[in-house]
Design a binder for this molecule. Structure first.
Ligand code: SAM
Length: 229
């Protein structure tokens, strides 16, 4: 998969050279390219923002650098999926990550200030599929942290990135429930013991117990998942 990221702070993404996604890039499974939006500006100050029409606080990202960036990154690519992280977007979920992991080419456009001139989203639709995606119901300073979270969630679903694909199947949100509790050695630690069932060797009983734990935990922490809210 190819992923292009456009940001005015490209070094945010240095962390994605580490761990599993770093290895995926070395192995040629993931082609991640991070670009500075200011490379598509031509004035002395490399300006990417201006005051909002209609007044109001803050600055808005100018459309011209975004148009040139998207033109260049979409060139030669059959309709990439262009993702703009936005608190006003559709919620990012595990299902969305699974869906996006099937794409050949993703482009992330990271907003800053009060966001990007609205016409950029309309224009981007002429180049590819456009998704405005929110990490959650809160406001970040920029799209970088949101894009990194999405790239990590999507990237680990690309075949070959996580060594044992079975470890992906039982995780939280894969079947609409939270994951069951996990334990490792020692069996007794600071007067707290591992549940007996996990030491029983009875795989059927362990599977049943884990399922019960998933349902109980989901009911306690995320009842909205059970009700399909
Ligand atoms: N004025 C915008 C609003 O009220 O919707 C918020 C702008 S925010 C300060 C700047 C940028 O951060 C946004 O353009 C977006 O790229 C990113 N951002 C902020 N919160 C986000 C969230 N919850 N999910 C995804 N991206 C977010």
């Amino acid at each position: 998969m190819r992923i292009d990221v456009v940001s005015i702070f490209p070094s945010y993404f240095d962390g994605l050279t580490l761990s599993l996604l770093g290895k995926a890039q070395s192995a040629g499974i993931l082609d991640l390219r991070v670009r500075d939006l200011r490379d598509w500006t031509f004035d002395r100050h490399r300006t990417v923002d201006d005051t909002p029409y209609g007044g109001g606080a803050g600055m808005v990202m100018k459309p011209e650098p975004w148009g040139l960036a998207l033109d260049e990154l979409a060139a030669g690519s059959p309709r990439p999926t262009i993702i703009f992280p936005s608190p006003a977007g559709e919620p990012f979920t595990q299902a969305a990550a699974r869906d996006l992991a099937t794409r050949k080419h993703l482009v992330f456009g990271c907003g800053r200030y009060e966001g990007i001139d609205e016409r950029v989203f309309e224009y981007a639709q002429t180049l590819g599929e456009v998704r405005l995606v929110s990490l959650g119901d809160y406001v970040l300073n920029g799209g970088e942290v949101a894009a990194m979270a999405m790239i990590e969630a999507i990237g680990r679903l690309i075949p070959g990135v996580v060594g044992n694909p079975e470890s992906l199947v039982e995780e939280s949100h894969e079947d609409g429930l939270l994951e069951y509790p996990s334990y490792t050695k020692p069996a007794l630690w600071r007067e707290r013991s591992v549940p007996d069932i996990l030491l029983s060797g009875n795989h059927g009983a362990i599977a049943t117990w884990r399922r019960e734990q998933q349902i109980e935990r989901t009911r306690a922490r995320r009842p909205d998942l059970l009700h399909g809210d």
